[in-house]
Design a protein around this ligand. Structure first.
Ligand SMILES: [Fe+2]
Length: 386
C-alpha cells in the first residue's frame, strides 16, 4: 500500500450570489488593506471589475493589473510582479479564468521573492509563503482556485512550464456559478472539457490515491451529465451550478494526484501554437484514453459506468470503447474546434511537440508508460483522424 497525504490550504466558499459578499469573505480570511487585482481585458469589459470596485473600494486601496493573456506569458507575470511590489500589495485578488489565476500565483511569488517565473518551475521550489491570494473564478474548468500549481508559457522557448508548490495555493476561493452565466459558448465548452479531463487524469494517473479518486469520480458525475446543457443553455442554473462545482472538485482531485499525458500533449500544443487549453485537451483525450486503457482497463471502464454511458452488463473492454467514442462525440456536440485546430498543426513540428510532451513533469504520472516515440505516434494518430 502506497502512502499519501491530503492537505487543502484553501477555504472554499461555493454558492450562487456569493460574489456580492466578497468584501466580508476577504475580511474573514486575510488581513491588509492594499489589494492588487489581477484580471484580463475581457473580464473588465463585462463589468465585473467595476462591480468589484464598488464592493471593495471603500475599505481597500486598489490597483488593477489587466494584462493577462490566454496561455499566460512569463513576461506579463514579471510586469505584474513588479507592479504589485511597487504598490506594496497585501493581498492579490484574481478574478478571471485559469490564465488569470495562474498569472496571479506567479505574480504573488515574484512580488515577494523576485526573479522570473522560470526560477520556481518544478515541484517544491517556492521556499516560503507568498502574498496571500484570493481567487474568484469566472470559468468552470481550470480548478486553479484550489490547486497549488501555475502553468506559464516561456515566450522565448515557446513551451509551457509548471510551478507546483503548496505555498502558492489560494487562501480563499469564492466560487459563484452565477459568474459563468454570460460566459460565451465556446469558452464554456473548452473550459468544461478541461475540467472533465482533470477528473479523468486524476483518477487514472499513477499518483492517484483513494481520496483523490473519490473526488475525481464525484467531479465526473457533476460535470459530464450537465456539460452539454451548460454550453447550449448558458443560463440554466442547474447545469451551471453542477459544472462549476464539479470543476472545483476536479481541481482538488488533480492537485492531490496529477494530470497526465493529455495535459502533456495539450501544453506542448498550447506553448507552440497558443491553442486554447481546453481545445487542446479535447484534441487528444480519446486517443490517450484508448492508449491508457490497456494499462488499467478497470478504472477506464469504471469512468464509463460512473458517467452513465455503460452498465455492469458491458464488459470492461466494451465500456472503455464506449468511453473513447463518447469523448469524441462530446467534443463534437460542444462545437469544440478539434479538427480545425489539428489542421493548423504543422507535421514538421511533431518531433518538437513529442519531445516537449515527454519532458513534461506529468509524463511519469501517466497510467501507462509513455516514451517520446509513443507521443509522436499519438500526435500522428490524432492528426490522421482529423
Ligand atoms: Fe487543465
Amino acid at each position: 500500500m502506497e502512502s499519501f497525504d491530503f492537505f487543502l490550504p484553501t477555504k472554499i466558499k461555493i454558492g450562487n450570489g456569493l460574489f456580492s459578499q466578497t468584501k466580508q469573505l476577504i475580511k474573514e480570511t486575510v488581513t491588509g488593506n492594499r489589494l492588487f487585482i489581477v484580471t484580463d481585458p475581457g473580464i473588465q469589459q463585462i463589468g465585473l471589475v467595476d462591480q468589484l470596485l464598488s464592493i471593495l473600494s471603500e475599505d481597500y486601496h486598489i490597483e488593477i493589473f489587466n494584462q493577462v493573456k490566454p496561455n499566460p506569458k512569463d513576461v506579463d507575470c514579471i510586469n505584474g510582479g513588479e507592479a504589485a511590489r511597487l504598490f506594496q500589495a497585501d493581498i492579490i485578488l484574481a478574478i478571471g479564468g485559469g490564465s488569470v489565476i495562474d498569472s496571479a500565483k506567479a505574480i504573488a511569488i515574484l512580488q515577494k521573492l523576485g526573479g522570473k517565473p522560470q526560477d520556481y518551475a518544478g515541484r517544491g521550489n517556492v521556499p516560503e509563503h507568498v502574498t496571500p491570494l484570493v481567487v474568484i473564478p469566472t470559468t468552470a474548468g481550470t480548478g486553479a482556485e484550489v490547486t497549488r500549481s501555475s502553468v506559464i508559457t516561456d515566450t522565448v522557448q515557446k513551451t509551457k512550464f509548471t510551478i507546483k508548490d503548496v505555498h502558492i495555493a489560494p487562501k480563499l476561493a469564492i466560487v459563484d456559478p452565477e459568474l459563468t452565466y454570460k460566459l460565451p459558448k465556446h469558452l464554456t465548452a473548452s473550459t468544461g472539457m478541461d475540467a472533465l479531463v482533470h477528473a479523468i487524469e486524476a483518477y487514472t494517473c499513477k499518483l492517484s490515491n483513494p481520496i483523490a479518486d473519490g473526488l475525481a469520480l464525484q467531479a465526473m458525475k457533476y460535470i459530464f451529465p450537465y456539460l452539454r446543457t451548460a454550453v447550449h443553455e448558458g443560463t440554466n442554473k442547474e447545469a451551471r451550478y453542477h459544472v462549476m462545482v464539479g470543476s472545483t472538485i476536479a481541481g482538488m482531485a488533480f492537485s492531490h494526484a496529477d494530470v497526465a499525458a493529455v495535459h502533456c500533449m495539450a501544453e506542448a500544443i498550447g506553448g507552440l501554437y497558443d491553442t486554447p487549453h481546453g481545445v487542446a485537451n479535447s484534441m487528444f483525450l480519446p486517443y490517450i484514453v484508448e492508449y491508457n486503457a490497456q494499462a488499467d482497463i478497470l478504472k477506464h471502464a469504471n469512468i464509463a459506468r460512473t458517467i452513465g454511458i455503460a452498465t455492469n452488463l458491458d464488459s470492461d473492454k466494451v465500456a472503455t470503447e464506449k468511453l473513447v467514442k463518447e469523448m469524441k462525440e462530446l467534443a463534437k456536440d460542444l462545437d469544440i474546434p478539434v479538427f480545425s485546430s489539428l489542421s493548423e498543426v504543422n507535421e514538421e513540428d511533431f518531433d518538437a511537440l513529442a519531445e516537449s510532451s515527454f519532458l513534461n513533469g506529468s509524463t511519469p504520472s501517466n497510467a501507462r508508460d509513455i516514451t517520446k516515440e509513443d507521443y509522436l505516434n499519438l500526435f500522428k494518430i490524432a492528426y490522421q483522424n482529423k
